[in-house]
Design a protein around this ligand. Structure first.
Ligand SMILES: NC(=O)c1ccc[n+]([C@@H]2O[C@H](COP(=O)([O-])OP(=O)(O)OC[C@H]3O[C@@H](n4cnc5c(N)ncnc54)[C@H](O)[C@@H]3O)[C@@H](O)[C@H]2O)c1
Length: 460
């Protein structure tokens, strides 16, 4: 249930592995598109995988109202709906709640009677305790339907498992086939066994695939209790966000003392205890998961009157990084009124069209409020960005964005932006030709040689 980045990818992958999958959503337009082979978002490799599943008769699509008919036969239902940030920072569970009630009603309306309990797999990122909350709502749904006279054979019961998702947008298909681990949390051995069977080909890496020719290594299948599984997801994202905010803090100090954070990050990353990934200084994290998950974890801590001072600081550092883009522009251009600023890359990271909590949108709206004209370019997210932020002028060629720009900001390090022709960029721009490299993705020397005023993050 839910055909977003997680639900659709998971469904298509499970179909590829030989399971029979129905992807369910409440969004009729989305389903219509999927039935005619149109993907609702950009994700490398997904269109082929979906077409393959549909072609083999293993993958189809249904409206949420059709769930009653599916529960008769399904071994498991994956809940993969959105859990956005609520007003107080906590996770908004309304989509999860709606789906849980729907499952309850479907169980009450069962015609055939099931031999075994339905396994409800919670894949959405949800706060600790949500497994029990989902169970309660499923029971509510059953009671509501029975109260309204649903006359099925009666539910054979259900079991809830937490199975947090770790895929990364941009490599979601790959990550689903080759995850670092699969986590399953439940109170019942039976439910964990169903999940293990479903994932068997991934755990054993026994499926035929052209995706990755490297020798196969079995994937750890971690079984635990519900609460720990739910916490594993938050702790993973919190740690990754902490790593980025940490290196950004170091970058800011590097800038003051005249050190180069790129050199520092490379060297500290070689320490196996630290590891080299997620140590790129720049404008910080954004996207569909980190901001809301960190906020939800902080909100959960507040519920217990616990002050999560480290997580609070991780978030505060991130807010400050975005502001630095504007400060760097102001330092060189002074007033931003009437200035044209090219924004290179708009999606929250490369290889996705996702604009949820993308730094580009915040930076563009601050520039607008300061009287500057922001002109954005992105290989796939341009149109959606223009819809979200009408004040942002969007063009479909990076050099068009740079034409007449007094400054450019590299926001998303798409390959084609990392490899821009800097001489051409410089020739097109207007003085003082400032280039703020928000991801430290470009070669500062090459930029200076091209006649640009290069401003990185923490690069001395
Ligand atoms: N996007 C990621 O990279 C990622 C990675 C790991 C975990 N997650 C988590 O997975 C969950 C889903 O994320 P996503 O990015 O796929 O979300 P999404 O917004 O892309 O997709 C959610 C889908 O659920 C559908 N939906 C909502 N309510 C519904 C209902 N009542 N019945 C049927 N369908 C319904 C929506 O129409 C939409 O298609 C979230 O909890 C997220 O935190 C996301």
């Amino acid at each position: 249930m839910g055909t977003g980045y997680v639900g659709l990818v998971t469904g298509a992958c499970l179909a590829y592995l030989g399971h029979r999958v129905t992807c369910v959503d409440r969004d009729e337009e989305r389903l219509k598109g999927l039935r005619s082979g149109r993907m609702p978002f950009y994700e490398p490799g997904l269109e082929d995988l979906v077409a393959r599943g549909v072609g083999r008769g293993r993958l189809d699509f249904a409206r949420v109202e059709g769930v009653a008919g599916l529960v008769d036969e399904a071994d498991a239902i994956f809940v993969s709906v959105d859990t956005p940030q609520g007003e107080d920072g906590s996770a908004d569970l309304s989509s999860v709640a709606a789906v849980a009630r729907q499952i309850g009603r479907a169980l009450a309306e069962l015609r055939t009677g099931r031999g075994s309990p339905l396994v409800v797999v919670n894949k959405s990122t949800v706060p600790v305790g949500s497994g029990d909350y989902v169970s309660m709502l499923i029971r509510d749904g059953i009671e509501e339907a029975i109260g309204e006279g649903a006359g099925g054979e009666g539910a054979a019961g259900f079991l809830v498992v937490s199975n947090p998702e770790f895929l990364r947008e941009g490599s979601a298909v790959y990550d689903s086939f080759f995850p670092d681990r699969i986590v399953a949390g439940a109170d019942s051995r039976e439910a964990l066994d169903v999940l293990r069977t479903l994932y068997e080909p991934v755990i054993e890496q026994s499926f035929p695939t052209e995706l990755d020719p490297r020798p196969k290594v079995a994937v750890p299948f971690i079984t635990t209790d519900l609460a720990s599984a739910e916490m594993i997801k938050y702790a993973s994202n919190a740690f990754l966000a902490t790593k980025i905010s940490f290196i950004n803090e170091i970058a800011n100090i590097c800038e003051l003392v005249g050190a180069d954070v790129s050199e520092v990050a490379t060297a500290i990353g070689l320490d196996a205890r630290i590891g080299s990934r997620f140590l790129n200084a720049g404008i910080g994290w954004g996207g569909s998961c980190f901001p809301k998950d960190i906020a939800a974890l902080r909100a959960a801590a507040r519920e217990y009157d616990y002050e999560a001072i480290l997580l609070d600081a991780v978030a505060a550092v991130n807010v400050r990084q975005r502001k630095q883009v504007i400060a760097k522009l102001q330092r060189d251009l002074h007033t931003l009124k009437g200035k044209r600023i090219a924004l290179l890359g708009l999606s929250f990271k490369p290889n996705t069209d996702d604009l949820r909590d993308a730094p580009s949108l915040e930076i563009a709206s601050v520039l607008d409020s300061l009287g500057a004209r922001a002109v954005g370019y992105d290989p796939v997210a341009g149109k959606a960005a223009a819809q979200k932020l009408p004040s942002l002028k969007v063009v479909f060629d990076p050099y068009e964005a740079l034409g007449g720009a007094h400054a450019a900001v590299l926001i998303t390090e798409w390959e084609e932006i990392r490899t821009l022709d800097l001489n051409r960029a410089s020739a097109l721009m207007d003085e003082p030709k400032v280039l703020v490299d928000g991801r430290n993705a470009l070669d500062p020397e090459a930029a200076v040689e091209a006649g640009l005023s290069y401003r990185g993050f923490g690069r001395g």
